[in-house]
Design a protein around this ligand. Structure first.
Ligand SMILES: [Zn+2]
Length: 384
């Protein structure tokens, strides 16, 4: 048994001050204000020294950790995210990998997730390769999936990934995309589709919703604008995502509000509400030089053409940025970075601190600086 004492427990809609959390194996078995919770005599005590306790962060979309791509060096990438409070994540495989590299990466990440202690944080894959619109996104020259959709090629990928794939990104305007979606769905019934790197019309996106399109990849980034006339604003991906209540919006929230302008963050939060925002890192490791005008930026990644190509974020920093740009509370950002992604992925035991839930717990200060991290009931970092 373990007990975290002297903490304020962060719930989705309130806080529990002077709290205690008791953990047995990998499960929370008791929780609440200190006067109402008995600490078992044999429990190992972790004094939180007043830090806040929230559910472990869940990053559904990250390609890298620090200097390391997940598909190349999953261990240091995973360890970096874990140190920053992310206890569940989906490594994202990008469109610069061809079919063979994709399959190799799936195999490597699957065995890492089963065999390495740090691999326990990997809960599946985020497929950001076939089939997007090559007009949108960094590194478009190297999009290996520009050509026509070929069942003979993509079916191997679907078979290899199976239910390890949790999110599959699509540009709904690609020719024959519905056939592709049906083929994915046949093999992976629980898959979530996400509109990504796209200039689809509302109607093209709506055609995918019945198959499980419930997510928008880095909302407002790498999306088109179908202006029909110079005088009239067209409607495209961003508007459709904002309109549909059952589509979650991923947001990359960097410190300067470059990926998503702070005003846009506030607008999206107002439209989508607290239950449909998901913070992601979209961390990449291209390490191109910082172009003019971006001096001092620490949490954006550039490619070698000087284009913005993902971030250098971890979710703790994204949460801190979100509080700054939108005035969101600590409860809110734990929703955006843990509860909501758990809901999207159907991870019922995650994303919330409550009796019976999984004991992935982070201790943070009021600015989301991570002190301690508990993974599967084991305190793997304790620094209060
Ligand atoms: Zn990405």
């Amino acid at each position: 048994m373990k007990a975290i004492t002297n903490t304020t427990i962060v719930k989705t809609d309130h806080m529990v001050p002077d709290g205690i959390i008791v953990v047995e194996n990998d499960t929370i078995v008791a929780m609440g204000q200190s006067k109402a919770v008995n600490i078992p005599a044999d429990a190992e005590i972790f004094d939180a020294k007043g830090l806040y306790a929230g559910p472990g962060l869940i990053d559904i979309h990250t390609h890298a950790g620090g200097d390391y791509w997940f598909h190349e060096h999953p261990k240091p990438a995973a360890e970096l995210h874990l140190q920053h409070g992310t206890t569940s994540l989906l490594p994202a495989l990008y469109f610069n990998l061809d079919a063979t590299e994709y399959i190799d990466s799936i195999r490597k990440l699957r065995s890492f997730s089963k065999e390495d202690p740090a691999g326990r944080i990997i809960k599946g894959l985020y497929m950001e390769g076939p089939y997007l619109n090559p007009k949108f996104g960094a590194d478009q020259e190297n999009n290996k999936w520009k050509g026509p959709l070929e069942p003979a090629v993509y079916s191997k990928l679907i078979d290899e990934a199976g239910s390890f794939a949790k999110v599959w990104c699509v540009a709904p305007e690609r020719e024959h995309i519905i056939e592709f979606i049906e083929d994915v769905k046949k093999k992976i019934p629980g898959i979530v589709f996400s509109v990504a790197h796209s200039e689809a019309s509302p109607q093209q996106i709506e055609a995918c919703i019945p198959f499980g399109l419930h997510l928008a990849t880095h909302h407002t980034n790498a999306t088109g604008n179908l202006d029909k006339y110079p005088e009239c604003r067209g409607v495209c991906v961003d508007e459709t995502v904002n309109y549909h209540d059952d589509i979650y919006a991923e947001l990359i929230c960097d410190s300067m509000g470059i990926h998503v302008d702070p005003f846009m963050l506030r607008l999206v939060l107002k439209i989508k509400g607290k239950t449909k925002i998901i913070l992601i890192s979209d961390a990449c490791s291209f390490y191109g030089p910082t172009p003019p005008g971006y001096d001092g930026v620490t949490d954006i990644n550039f490619d070698f053409d000087g284009q913005i190509a993902g971030s250098k974020l971890t979710l703790d920093v994204a949460c801190k940025n979100m509080m700054k740009h939108t005035g969101s509370s600590l409860s809110d950002v734990f929703r955006f970075a843990s509860h909501n992604p758990a809901q999207l992925l159907g991870m019922e035991d995650y994303g919330e601190l409550a009796v019976g839930k999984h004991a992935d717990i982070v201790l943070v200060d009021e600015h989301m600086h991570v002190g301690s991290v508990m993974l599967d009931g084991n305190m793997i970092k304790h620094n209060t």
